[in-house]
Design a protein around this ligand. Structure first.
Ligand code: ATP
Ligand code: MG
Length: 508
């Protein structure tokens, strides 16, 4: 309760005559004040809450605006868009700094990415260039890594291995190309010594045809040996041309020499032959002058005849005559080396020439003595649309006869009980040339023999059986007289094939 009082004086000098007391309930007295306070407090609280709410709201808007842009940029960057950038001006100071750092980093990444892409393009270009160079090389190239496994095969190597690059990749070289199995030691040597190693004239059969390959093993040396390259070159054609050139040179020198020798030998030889013939005639009792001469010597021609037969003089004389005839044949063969035959050249059907030569071979008396040509199966595989070839028919027949005779002799000399001797004659047109192939299924030849067969006087036959002139004369006829080529393919036990090519227009 609130109480207040006041003394009442009428005059200042007089004592108070009354006291006024006023009282009031405390609650009542302060109600208004309290209400005001409460209202003020509530208002203040409201203002504080509102301020806080607004401050939070505004703070969030300011921070999130920067963060959102940063997060969106980071998201795009993460997905590979290196042009993504955060908004630099949004958000508070820290957010702006963060955005600036982020943008610097993205710029750095973009610059590096551009440089990498450029390097990538250059790398691809270089790889393409190297690939093209490797592919355009005439050699077969096989690259190996440091474990010795295949990492690359160019087109020629793929053709040689009959494998696709995927099939060859990661395999051992000998699995990819069996011919390399025999040369792994050479490869190891090249790697050990860090030097190129070469193997020449490796024989390989491809589609039934023998090829010669030169092999080269290159170690790849950088910081140590980190692989190798194997290069294979098919040198069959080059070797064939080389052989032919050597042969032509030999023939050129033999031509002059043989002609000179033949002329020199011819004169004394005809004297010997003539003398032997005359001696035989002079002992013939049927000739009157012989009888007369015997009588003048107090003897009969029969007695003379009896004597020379008893002493086998006729046999010796016949021996001289036969040997002389043989020598004369050799001399006439040798004369072929210097003879030109252009004048007798005429267009001829090669199939008919071959047929005629086969017919001659079947009736050749000498041939029959050694073997029966009729026992040999003759397989004719002629091209029907063959154009005529300008040639000297008799000479080509002589060459073919020579080849048939050689084949028949080889097959008779070393018969194979398991198969019937056969000669296949094939004719084909090959662009501006006609090819004649004579193939037998006889014993074939060793490489050392094959390399020498066109040389004059080279023979493997018994003395008296072959002169070794047959193929050299054939060579001369085909190459020098007709501008063609002749070569032999053979392997021991695999028969022999002679391939003749004649230009359509005669001498090339
Ligand atoms: N078809 C063949 N098979 C196996 N070897 C052959 C064949 N043809 C030729 N030769 C070999 O080539 C050699 C030379 O042949 P070439 O015809 O020049 O002489 P030749 O036959 O020995 O003697 P000539 O022809 O004077 O009778 C032969 O001795 C033989 O060794
Ligand atoms: Mg011969």
């Amino acid at each position: 309760m609130l109480v207040a009082y006041a003394r009442l004086r009428l005059r200042p000098e007089e004592p108070p005559y009354a006291t006024f007391v006023v009282s009031m309930d405390w609650q009542e007295a302060f109600r208004e004040a309290r209400d005001r306070l409460t209202r003020s407090m509530a208002l203040m609280a409201l203002v504080v809450v509102l301020t806080l709410f607004l401050a939070r709201r505004m703070g969030r808007v300011a921070i999130l605006a920067g963060l959102d842009s940063l997060m969106a940029a980071a998201d795009r960057l993460g997905k590979g868009d290196l042009t993504a950038r955060a908004e630099a001006g949004a958000g508070g100071l820290e957010i702006r700094r963060l955005a600036a750092t982020f943008n610097d980093m993205a710029q750095g990444l973009q610059t590096r990415d551009t440089a990498l892409r450029q390097q990538d393009r250059e790398l691809a270009r270089t790889r393409n260039l190297l690939g093209n160079i490797l592919e355009s090389m005439p050699s077969a190239i096989i690259a190996l890594d440091e474990q010795g496994l295949v990492t690359h095969c160019n087109a020629n190597a793929q053709a040689l291995c009959a494998l696709s690059p995927e099939q060859a990749m990661g395999r051992k070289p000998a699995d990819v190309l069996p011919l390399l199995a025999a040369h792994l030691e050479t490869l190891q040597q090249a790697l050990r010594q860090r030097q190129v190693r070469r193997v020449e004239h490796e024989r390989v059969r491809l589609d039934g045809v023998e090829h010669l390959f030169d092999l080269q093993f290159y170690p790849l040396v950088a910081n140590g040996v980190n692989g190798a390259v194997i290069r294979l070159d098919d040198v069959t054609e080059r070797e064939r041309l080389r052989e032919m050139m050597i042969q032509s040179e030999k023939m050129a020198s033999v031509g002059g020499l043989a002609a000179g020798m033949a002329h020199e030998i011819n004169n004394p030889l005809s004297s010997i032959l003539q003398a032997a013939q005359v001696c035989l005639m002079q002992c013939d009792p049927a000739i009157e002058s012989n009888r007369k001469a015997a009588e003048e010597c107090a003897c009969t021609i029969e007695a003379v005849r009896c004597y020379i037969e008893r002493r086998r003089i006729v046999k010796f004389l016949e021996g001289i005559r036969d040997a002389g005839k043989r020598a004369a044949q050799i001399v006439s063969s040798m004369l072929e080396f210097s003879r030109k035959s252009e004048s007798r050249r005429a267009p001829a059907n090669v199939n008919a020439v071959v047929d005629h030569a086969l017919a001659l071979a079947a009736t050749d008396y000498d041939l029959k003595k050694k073997y029966d040509f009729k026992q040999i199966e003759i397989i004719r595989d002629y091209a029907q649309d063959l154009p005529e070839v300008s040639c000297t028919k008799t000479e080509i027949e002589q060459v073919l006869l020579n080849l048939f005779k050689n084949a028949a002799q080889a097959m008779a000399h070393r018969p194979d009980p398991g198969r019937r001797p056969a000669i296949t004659v094939r004719t084909r047109r090959d662009e501006e040339r006609v090819r004649i192939e004579v193939r037998d299924n006889g014993p074939g030849m060793e490489e050392q023999v094959r390399a020498r067969i066109f040389g004059p006087f080279f023979t493997t036959k018994e003395p008296g059986e072959g002169t070794g002139l047959g193929l050299s004369v054939s060579y001369f006829i085909i190459v020098t007289n007709h501008g063609g080529t002749i070569r032999a393919e053979s392997q021991p036990g695999q028969g022999a094939a002679f391939l003749i090519e004649l230009p359509l227009g005669g001498r090339a």
